[in-house]
Design a protein around this ligand. Structure first.
Ligand code: ADP
Length: 297
């Protein structure tokens, strides 16, 4: 079921033009990735109702919300820099949205407990938010966002202020939290391609204010529709057809992934037609990447 439709969104800044359309299905986890300055945050701010300098139309469940106030959109946003209420403890931060929903004290306490448990912060109710680590603060921000029972959760680089190990852990939790909420649709903005690939149903790649490509991570990696997409989604080499001894006017560049290359010498058990086969090769450099080596041939 179509959840959100962004139709002909346009923004004109002095040195930047945004121009794009997309739709989101209910329950999808979609990441928007792209280089810095490609317009990712601008898209989120439009969806959240924080930007009114745009043209175009926004439909939520088929209903026009282009001009709807922030509080009438049923969306929640988590930012890079937590933005918690620093004068309130953890419980009050999370309960904030529940109070607006006019629930009883008992209901609120139970729901805060459940939400804190969902984000892995059992027993943190009375902690001052100023005493929390970055990772803990971001978990509180997530719990507070989800407390609103948003139809759409907007995540603007929520992990980028955290160290690598914590990012990795919380990344998996983001997906788990998404899956635990009935029909919640999540849009995750990140500049980290690997992060987006590992947890998203679908990816939107942005470049210069436009959508360069969209698809599942597998589709974009294995069949990138553009050279930019190919290079943005992983390692690869670009050669001209003539460097393969091919004479053709149909393509001017050939792109392939490192794992598609084999050197003829030696045994091989696969469909050789799926590979770029080198007659011989000289190793110029070796990068050790932990689970594999990347060779420059
Ligand atoms: P990203 O999130 O992909 O890094 P942004 O959406 O933050 O990109 O910004 C896209 C471009 O729009 C950038 O070039 C940025 O400088 C510009 N920009 C963002 N907000 C404004 C604004 N309020 N006024 C003028 N230019 C802006």
């Amino acid at each position: 079921m179509e959840k959100l439709r962004a139709d002909g969104l346009k923004v004109k800044y002095k040195n930047f033009n945004l121009d794009l359309s997309f739709t989101l299905e209910e329950g999808e986890f979609v990441s928007i990735i792209g280089p810095s300055g490609s317009g990712k945050s601008t898209v989120l701010s439009i969806l959240a109702g924080l930007n009114d300098t745009f043209e175009g139309k926004l439909l939520l469940n088929g209903k026009d919300i282009t001009k709807a106030k922030i509080q009438d959109r049923n969306m929640a946003m988590v930012f890079q820099n937590y933005s918690l209420f620093s004068n309130m403890n953890v419980e009050k931060n999370v309960a904030y949205a529940l109070k607006i929903q006019k629930k009883s004290k008992k209901e609120i306490a139970k729901e805060v407990k459940d939400l804190l448990s969902l984000v892995g912060l059992e027993g943190y109710e009375k902690r001052k938010v100023t005493t929390l680590s970055g990772g803990e603060a971001q978990r509180v921000a997530l719990a507070r966002a989800i407390a609103k029972k948003p139809e759409i959760l907007l995540l603007d680089e929520p992990l980028s202020a955290l160290d690598a190990a914590l990012r990795k852990k919380l990344k998996g939790e983001l997906r788990r939290i998404h899956d635990s909420r009935d029909n919640m649709t999540t849009i995750y903005v990140t500049h980290d391609r690997e992060e987006a690939f590992s947890i998203s149903d679908r990816i939107i790649i942005m470049k210069d204010g436009k959508i360069e490509a969209t698809g599942t991570p597998e589709e974009l990696y294995n069949n990138p529709p553009t050279l930019f997409t190919a290079l943005f989604t992983g390692e690869g080499t670009i050669l001209t057809p003539s460097s393969f001894g091919l004479e053709t006017n149909e393509v001017d560049k050939i792109f392939f992934r490192p794992e598609s290359v084999i050197v003829k010498d030696g045994k091989f058990w696969g469909d050789i037609n799926q590979y770029v086969v080198l007659e011989n090769a000289e190793i110029l450099s070796i990068d050790y990447l932990g689970s594999r080596y990347l060779l420059m041939l």
